[in-house]
Structures are given as C-alpha cells and as structure tokens.
Ligand binder design. Structure first.
Ligand code: PLP
Length: 366
C-alpha cells in the first residue's frame, strides 16, 4: 500500500470500547463513542458499536452524514452546538444535539416541524471550563424554550470540562451537574434520560468518586482511540494505546554533518531550532510533513529522533546507520497528530481486524 498511511487496528478500538463500556457500566454510566478525530470513519464507528457503545457523537454534521450514508445504525448526537445555517441538515441526520443558545433551539424546532422528524435536545451547562455552556442561572429559560416545541424532546443535561481551560472534572463540579439535573426535573416535572458528564477527562473521576450521582453518560473519543486519558496523557489500564500507526516512506538516507552551515534566517515554519555539532550522523528524510500530520505528536521507534518537519518532509536523526531508501518507518501518534492525519487527503487508511493483516471491508449501502 502507498505511504503515508494509517494502519488502524479495529480490533483494538473494539477492545477499548468493550473494556470501558464494562468498566463504566458497573457505575451506571453508558458510553457515547466520539468519532470526530477520525473524520467520522464508518469503520471506526462500527468497531465502537461492536464494543457496545450506546450511541455515537461527532462535532461536525458532515461526519454524521458520512456515517449515515455508510449505513451505520444507532443514535447519533451532534456534540457541537449546531450552526444556525445547518439546522435542517442537523435535524435530518442527527437524532439529537448539544445546545446552549435559545435562537438555535428555536431554529431546530422550526426545522423539525418542517421535516416531520423529532429532534432531541441536550442542554449544556457551563461549570467553569469556559468553552460551551449555558450559565446555570439561564438553564430554566432553555428548558422552557425546549418544552415549548412539540417537535423537540428534552433529552437531558450535559457539561464539558478540560477542553478550553483544563478544568478537571471532580466531585464538586460533577455534583453541581447532578443537582442541576435534579432541579430541572423537580421544577419542570420532566424525566431527564441523559445526564452527560463530559469526555475522556472524566474517566479518573468516574473510577474514583464515591458516587457518580445522576451522571449516566460520558462522551468518549481519545480513550477509545488512543487508550489514554487527556489530563496527563497517561495510558489507561487495560486499554490498547497502539490502535493507530502512521507509516511513512524513506526518500533519502545519508550521513551528513549534524550542524547546518551558512548564514541563518527563518526556516519555512519560523525560527531555526538549535543544532549541536555531534559530528557526522545518519539522517533519513521521509515523505510526510505538516500537510499530513502534526510532527510534534509523532513518536518514532527507538533509535530514531524527529529533528524537524516542513510541509512535505520529515527529517530524522537515524543514529549510526540510516534506514534504506524505500523502507517504511512506523510512528505512534498523539491526539493532535491523529486528528491531522485522519483529515489529510494525502494519508491512506489501512483498516485491520487482527495482527496478521486481515483487511476490513465495510459493505457499501446502495
Ligand atoms: C471532543 C468532544 C468529546 C470527546 O472528547 P475526548 O477527549 O476525545 O474523549 C466530548 N464532548 C464534546 C462536547 C467534545 O467536543
């Protein structure tokens, strides 16, 4: 297969899903599998569903439409507040969305009425991370707005932490979420089906807290895909961290001086990095660059060091002996690097369902 490409072990993603589904299930929490870092890959979504996730979430309507078109079944939630310009597409493709603006909720109601499809609303409350969310004092008005439309269903309440400001989900803010949910139920006489506590950053809280209160859903992406929690990027016990591998090809391999020479200006991407003179070293040039991946998020195999990257080249220090031209080098990826690689049109995808390279083909729907 051509390079660069991502080798994607769907069996590892399924394993991560079933492990977390079981672990959180004991605490009464269901998993919504978040596909956004995979550009809404139907293969990855299917692996998450085989692992037992209760539904799927993505932040872009294009990705949800792609999942629907590929024949993926199951509840799908748009996990970013819908754009006013997209409400008709949102109602058509997603079962529910996370919401913070009354104008948008009104527009979703109108779109639902036009299409004859009921749309689920999960209200998002701001608990300190300062990305999306209604301030707690404004929740009541949003509930009334939602209940006012026969074409909307008030599904529940959610919050999102750790994304914008790094605020850690803990006993205090999660208890605040639970009491907001209880207040909504008592005040408006509704039953909230979903109380969605957050993302992969909530896993430590879910494992350690004495009670999870009313929280019965987490929206999980990174932990399912990369087996790590995002607060400290530590591997999660029992999960696979190697479901994704980036493979790139060597196009030049030479022994060169380790220190650049000449007069210095800026590089293609800003000020030059430090170079130290270590004599001659083997350098390998790979046909992969910033148009494919975030080089800072690449973990090379032992013995190789990433020296830098421009649009289309990655430069490696290869130690004593460089890899031959035409050979392939495998990298592990961080979240940002995965997101970029899945989004680049230059990076191929090789889906595998096991170690010996069984290829996974999704049946296409007509
Ligand atoms: C991206 C996102 C998630 C998933 O986050 P992970 O850290 O990948 O688990 C959950 N909820 C919202 C609102 C998101 O935008």
């Amino acid at each position: 297969m051509s390079a660069p490409r991502l080798e994607i072990r769907l069996d590892h993603i399924e394993h991560n899903a079933s492990t977390l589904v079981a672990r959180l299930g004991v605490r009464g929490i269901a998993v919504t599998g978040v596909t956004k870092a995979t550009l809404g890959s139907p293969e990855v979504a299917a692996a998450m569903l085989r692992g037992g996730v209760a539904g799927l979430g993505d932040s872009r309507i294009e990705n949800i439409e792609a999942l629907r078109n590929a024949g993926i079944e199951g509840p799908m939630t748009l996990i970013r507040s819908p754009m006013l310009s997209q409400v008709d597409r949102v109602v058509a493709a997603a079962d529910a969305s996370l919401n913070t603006e009354l104008t948008v909720i009104d527009a979703l109601a109108a779109a639902a009425a036009r299409s004859g499809r009921r749309h689920g609303i999960v209200l998002m409350v701001e608990l300190g991370d300062l990305r999306e969310g209604l301030l707690p004092a404004d929740l009541g008005a949003a509930v009334e707005c939602t209940l006012g439309s026969p074409d909307l269903e008030l599904l529940g309440l959610g919050t999102n932490l750790a994304c914008q400001s790094g605020v850690v989900p803990d006993e205090r803010n999660m208890a605040e979420l639970s009491s907001a949910a209880r207040w909504m139920e008592a005040t408006f006489g509704v039953d909230l089906r979903i109380v969605s506590g957050g993302n992969s950053a909530n896993l430590d809280w879910a494992a350690a807290s004495s009670t999870v209160g009313r929280v019965n859903d987490l929206r999980i992406g990174e932990a399912l895909l990369l087996g790590r929690e995002p607060l400290h990027r530590r591997p999660i016990r029992g999960l696979r961290t190697d479901a994704f591998t980036l493979v790139a090809e060597v196009i030049e391999s030479k022994t060169k001086p380790s220190s650049a020479w000449g007069a210095f200006g800026e590089t293609a991407f800003g000020p030059p990095g430090e170079t130290s003179d270590r004599g001659d070293t083997a350098r390998a040039l790979l046909a992969v660059g910033r148009q494919d991946v975030d080089p800072a998020g690449l973990v090379p195999p032992p013995g190789l060091t990433v020296l830098g990257a421009s649009s289309d080249h990655l430069v490696l220090d290869a130690g004593a002996a460089g890899p031959p031209v035409g050979s392939e080098i495998c990298f592990q990826l961080g979240y940002g690097a995965l997101l970029a690689a899945m989004t680049s049109p230059f990076v191929g995808r090789d889906f595998r369902s096991g170690p010996s390279g069984e290829r996974e083909e999704l049946p296409t729907r007509h």
